[in-house]
Design a protein around this ligand. Structure first.
Ligand SMILES: CCCCCCCCCCCCCCC(=O)SCCNC(=O)CCNC(=O)[C@H](O)C(C)(C)COP(=O)(O)OP(=O)(O)OC[C@H]1O[C@@H](n2cnc3c(N)ncnc32)[C@H](O)[C@@H]1OP(=O)(O)O
Ligand SMILES: CCCCCCCC/C=C\CCCCCCCC(=O)OC[C@@H](O)COP(=O)(O)O
Length: 267
């Protein structure tokens, strides 16, 4: 019986590289499955450490989470080329906005995440098993995207407390993943919060993943991701009437940067 299992295991191990080579679908499934597994297992292992070190839900846990997630890139042959980190060095809180292409973004997020920075996430993530637990412990702010009123209330609370808590808040203004190499229209919530709190908006742009990652084509290989932190956009003196213009300005700047970083001709 044992010999049978041993032979079976050896056959799979020998066949796997061949299968991955022959079938992009198998390669994609195994690599993305391993990514999920990494998240699931590392979350289970990191949660007790966060509880022991910091006692509960606090942005301080993001340091521990960041240390763990920054190792993931090595498993997938991904490299980050980062520019402009000095733009995070603003006095006090800020709203950080970035493009959002895939769950692989979590590696890019942790690659540059400044201290005392929490993220805004869809509330469904709370139920993602051990990952839900660890992102709760990391201080992630959960919103219900399906209820604008409740999401606005949560965001309004963030605008009030981010100054006292001295935290930066990272928002994905596209509101969903988008791996087309372009930007979706921006939701305005992040910009309302920045104006309400009178804090700067710091745009962050990641180059397009399309050269190494495309779920529709079962493409997931190694690759280089360029990251650029852009200069802060001040909101002092702005009011809610200025939010649309602020959103559009940020969108245009980030889209031009995305095209530049991705080697795509601008429009
Ligand atoms: C060891 C392993 C560990 C691994 C751990 C990994 C750790 C990191 C985890 C990080 C998780 C990250 C997850 C990311 C996501 O989940 S992305 C999806 C969720 N994010 C968002 O949706 C982005 C934020 N969304 C918004 O800000 C929206 O604006 C929202 C507030 C939700 C409202 O959306 P919606 O109604 O769809 O559209 P609009 O934005 O156009 O708003 C409609 C009108 O309302 C006005 N508005 C919006 N917000 C506000 C506000 N805060 N105050 C006042 N008014 C507001 C807006 O102006 C629109 O009105 P007008 O059209 O202007 O009249
Ligand atoms: C015991 C219960 C087990 C439950 C199994 C859950 C296992 C979960 C394992 C890994 C989950 C990895 C998720 C990492 C965080 C991903 C953040 C992210 O990128 O979410 C997508 C969100 O931005 C936008 O969502 P949509 O594009 O709108 O959709």
């Amino acid at each position: 019986m044992e010999l049978g299992w041993l032979l079976w295991g050896a056959a799979v191990l020998l066949l796997l590289p061949v299968l991955m080579e022959l079938s992009p679908a198998v390669n994609f499934a195994l690599r993305i499955g391993f990514y999920y597994l990494l998240f699931f297992v590392c979350s289970a292992l990191t949660a007790p450490v966060c509880l022991l070190v910091n006692g509960g839900r606090t942005v301080k846990n993001m340091r521990i989470i960041k240390t763990v997630v920054k190792t993931f890139k090595y498993f997938f042959g991904l490299r980050f080329e980062v520019k402009g980190l000095e733009n995070f060095e603003v006095e006090g809180p800020a709203i950080i906005v970035s493009n959002h292409q895939s769950i692989l973004d979590m590696m890019g997020l942790m690659e540059v995440l400044p201290d005392n920075c929490v993220q805004v996430g869809k509330k469904e993530l709370m139920y993602a098993g051990t990952v839900g637990l660890i992102i709760y412990l990391g201080g992630v702010i959960f919103i219900n995207r399906k209820s604008t009123s409740s999401a606005k209330m949560v965001m309004a609370e963030v605008a009030k407390t981010m100054a006292t808590d001295n935290v930066k808040v990272w928002v994905y203004p596209e509101g969903t993943r988008n791996c087309t190499g372009d930007l979706l229209p921006f939701k305005k919530g992040a910009f309302h919060v920045a104006v309400q709190a009178q804090v700067p908006v710091i745009p962050v742009v990641y180059s397009s993943f399309t050269t190494f990652y495309n779920p529709k084509k079962n493409l997931f290989t190694s690759g280089k991701i360029k990251v650029e932190v852009l200069p802060p956009i001040e909101t002092k003196g702005l009011t809610s009437d200025d939010v649309s213009e602020l959103t559009d300005r940020c969108y245009r700047t980030m889209r031009a940067t995305l095209f530049r970083l991705s080697g795509r001709p601008g429009e």
